[in-house]
Design a binder for this molecule. Structure first.
Ligand SMILES: [Fe+2]
Ligand SMILES: [Fe+2]
Length: 386
């Protein structure tokens, strides 16, 4: 259904973009009362978690926080059971679980903030909470994939065929909407959500690079070097993302729009943390990154087309242009110099490359659909305000 949107002003510039409003209130499904109760229950449990996270030497202070710990754990258990075990969890339960998981995972990266924020980095309690969520969540994710069928595939052939299809897929209705209709408000909303990853791009790749030297490792390092602008901040991909946001006077602090990030996007990030932190999943990570780099240019071409139609400045679209060029190369490197050689080196586990590829695609598509729903709601709200 086509949305009724206020026509755009003749041209866009940073003054016009100041009209963009954040954050957009988001509600979905159910009766208002149920939503209110559920969201306040999860809000409360998230605050309890944040309190525990900020407690210096948490593992040795748990006894002094018995009521907070037990209330938080009761909400956690019921959210896990409803969402992953009984399978009828609402979006707010998914969001609560992914935000808690992300709150723990993000300690693997350094944010150049107060050093005390990292005092519980190795907390056994936090690690138990992460394990509890991850175990149930990952079973739920895996149940959506026919793993037995993947194990029968000719892996090299499967990767080559998938990459060829995903390099230049037919335009979906969502792609067409982005290219032909998405408004400036929608574009900024996209930047706000995408900044969650765009401003720290490549960070998780850095976690899997150490170890024995070979061609695979060197290719991954080459990808990382390009993502990091060969060590020059001005050429770092995240700098290009920041420049796009600056064109609209948006907040360029990492996680600045965290509250807009849908659970599906958080799930992709958390999955990425899992497969980079566990070397047992190295093949899954390599398969996933192959998809990510191969499929990138097609998505970025949609965003670039939208930006050109909206007559945005060069800086407001530079990141997409850069990635259309570089990710085509990264995709080829990942397939030819990482995926295929790993399939030869690990013949009996090679199917895990395809599992990683397919999961990245499934989760990426799910996240993209959620972002589109969020963009349409933001555009609708903006049209009402106008
Ligand atoms: Fe990049
Ligand atoms: Fe890339």
């Amino acid at each position: 259904m086509k949305l009724l949107l206020t026509p755009l002003l003749a041209s866009s510039n940073s003054m016009q973009s100041n009209l963009v409003r954040f954050p957009i209130a988001e509600v979905s499904g159910n009766s208002e009362q149920t939503l209110k109760t559920a969201s306040s229950k999860y809000d409360c449990a998230e605050q309890q978690f944040q309190y525990l996270l900020a407690t210096e030497d948490l593992d040795n202070k748990l006894d002094a926080q018995v009521s907070i710990v037990s209330e938080f754990e009761a909400t956690l258990r019921s959210a896990i059971s409803e969402t992953y075990e009984k399978g009828y969890g609402e979006d707010d339960a998914h969001l609560f679980l992914q935000r808690i998981l992300y709150g723990i995972n993000r300690l693997k990266l350094f944010w150049y903030d107060d050093l005390r924020h990292y005092s519980n980095e190795r907390s056994l309690y936090l690690s138990k909470v992460r394990q509890q969520i991850e175990a149930a969540w990952q079973n739920w994710e895996l149940a959506q994939i026919d793993v037995a069928a993947l194990q029968l595939l000719d892996v090299k052939d499967a990767l080559i065929k998938r990459a060829a299809e995903d390099l230049d897929p037919p335009l979906s209705s969502e792609s067409r909407y982005i290219r032909e209709e998405m408004s400036i408000e929608g574009y900024c909303h996209l930047l706000a959500i995408a900044s969650f990853d765009g401003l720290v791009e490549g960070s998780r790749l850095s976690r899997i690079l150490g170890g024995a030297a070979n061609e695979v490792q060197c290719t991954l390092i080459r990808v990382l070097l390009e993502e990091y602008g060969n060590g020059r901040l001005s050429r770092k991909h995240s700098t290009f993302f920041k420049a796009m946001m600056a064109e609209f006077s948006m907040n360029t602090v990492p996680e600045g729009y965290f509250d807009l990030v849908p659970w599906q996007v958080l799930a992709s990030a958390n999955h990425n943390f899992l497969v980079t932190e566990r070397k047992r999943y190295f093949l899954r990570y390599a398969g996933g990154l192959t998809y990510f780099e191969v499929a990138g240019p097609a998505a970025y071409r949609n965003y670039l087309t939208a930006a050109q139609r909206l007559q945005l400045s060069e800086a407001a679209m530079g990141y997409w242009e850069l990635h259309i060029r570089e990710d085509e190369r990264h995709g080829r490197w990942m397939l030819d110099d990482v995926g295929l050689p790993l399939a030869e080196q690990y013949p009996s586990d090679a199917w895990e490359l395809v599992l990683g590829y397919d999961q990245e695609k499934l989760m990426g598509d799910r996240a993209a659909a959620a972002v589109m729903r969020s963009i349409r709601r933001a555009e609708h709200s903006a049209s009402l305000i106008k």
